[in-house]
Design a protein around this ligand. Structure first.
Ligand code: PLP
Length: 417
């Protein structure tokens, strides 16, 4: 960063500070990851200089021969990775990708049925605070009060009653396998289109450790920056019959010039995700989540749904007498960063919450395994057993920092070593 340090020491300082934070702390935020140096180099490249409105070989600007190649590689690799007929790699974010699918297939006022935000769904699945909940008539299914698993009977009953034009399946905080086949049956029964948003689990789908929705759904949307371990952005998969409609909703419908540096970085991420090493990474994410979940359970923590099948789980702290907010603050001061999270049927507000969400994509990227998860559970328990003990938090933070020096933050450093 020599040029940046010279030109703008303030921003250089911000970046170094963030680099230190990422190195010194244990990050358990389920939606984040640490990308490879190769992804960083592509997204930090001069490809960001180039305007390329349009699609490969159909651009509105001259001079697109190199960026065309980057976008074509990204598209082909994504299609190959997810076994899809068509891919659009231009959406700037998961929310935009979802909006693009809705706006392609629905008219304002049409009915959508998505997962309840407070049961694990995402804002962009028709929540009232999101424009997706204002443009469309949106209804929500949730999880069972007893098991906290998706209540497929409720999905069916609601679908029969509200007759949605589109059903949305996918979540931001749901720890179990999603049965896309069952959603297909329900969608077919009521004549609805089916979209799956795999933002959280895309890396697990790519690695083959979560079933793929591709054979079952009409549209798949995903971000690239969570378990998939790519740059911040998104993509859409669909069958050929919808390809040109989806493409024209993304551009010119919703976006202008695509971020060609990010598209190149997506291509790198898809290439990385095609490797045996990445498949092993996906498996280890799940093994780590199960191990951390089990270790906390043994210490008396109440796990929503009792366990996990993927990269994350929710802890209900009600029996510990602490709120999610207080737990998250105390843990962050102790060098363990995660987020407070509503649990299904939470009685606390979303700013306070009764739960925390724990995810293992980053610790797995750093090379930690089951043994390290046991150690992390010890620290979490120590801190949460005395949430207001600031000197304990300081002590744990220094232990965490020393521990973290053994785990590099770039995946390929570990691979080369
Ligand atoms: N979909 C799901 C399931 C998500 O969890 C998220 C983000 O957390 C998104 C979509 C939105 O992605 P973005 O933040 O890129 O808009």
């Amino acid at each position: 960063m020599t040029a940046l340090m010279k030109m703008d020491p303030d921003i250089a300082g911000v970046i170094s500070g963030e680099e230190r934070r990422e190195a010194d702390k244990i990050i358990l935020i389920a939606s984040e990851n640490y990308v490879s140096q190769a992804v960083i180099e592509a997204q930090g490249s001069i490809l960001s200089n180039k305007y390329a409105e349009g699609y490969p070989s159909k651009r509105f600007y001259e001079g697109c021969e190199y960026v065309d190649e980057a976008e074509s590689l990204a598209i082909e690799r994504a299609k190959d990775l997810f076994k899809a007929e068509h891919c659009n790699v231009q959406p700037l974010s998961g929310t935009i990708a979802n909006l693009a699918v809705y706006l392609t297939m629905l008219k304002p006022g049409d009915t959508i049925l998505g997962m309840n935000l407070s049961h694990g769904g995402h804002l962009s699945h028709g929540a009232p605070a999101s424009f997706t909940g204002r443009i469309f008539q949106s209804y929500h299914y949730g999880v069972s009060r007893e098991t906290h698993l998706i209540d497929y009977d409720e999905v069916r009953t609601m679908a029969r009653s509200v007759k949605p034009r589109m059903i949305v399946v996918g979540a931001s905080s749901y720890s179990r396998i999603i049965d896309f086949g069952k959603f297909r049956e329900i969608a077919d029964e009521v004549g609805a289109l089916l979209m799956s948003d795999i933002a959280h689990i895309a890396g697990l789908v790519a690695a083959g450790v979560h079933p793929s929705p591709v054979p079952y759904v009409d549209f798949v949307t995903s971000t690239t920056h969570k378990t998939l371990r790519g740059p911040r952005g998104a993509f859409i998969l669909c069958r050929k019959e919808y390809a040109s409609k989806i493409d024209s909703t993304v551009f010119p419908g919703l976006q202008g010039g695509p971020f060609m540096n990010i598209i190149a970085a997506k291509a790198v991420c898809f290439k990385e995700a095609q490797t045996e090493q990445f498949r092993e990474y996906g498996k280890q994410i799940v093994r780590n989540a199960k191990a951390l979940c089990q270790a906390l359970k043994e210490k008396g923590y109440d796990i929503v749904t009792g366990s996990t099948d993927n990269h994350m789980f929710l802890v209900d702290l009600t029996n510990k007498g602490i709120t999610g907010r207080d737990a998250a603050h105390a843990l962050d001061r102790a060098g363990i960063t995660l987020n407070k999270n509503v649990i299904p049927f939470d009685t606390q507000s979303p700013y306070v919450t009764s739960g925390i969400r724990i995810g293992t994509p980053i610790v797995t990227t750093r090379g930690m395994r089951e043994r390290e998860m046991a150690q992390i559970a010890e620290w979490i328990d120590r801190v949460l057993s005395n949430v207001s003990d600031k000197s304990l938090q300081k002590q744990v933070a220094s232990e965490v920092k020393a521990f973290c020096t053994n785990y590099p933050i770039r995946p390929e450093i570990r691979n080369e070593g």
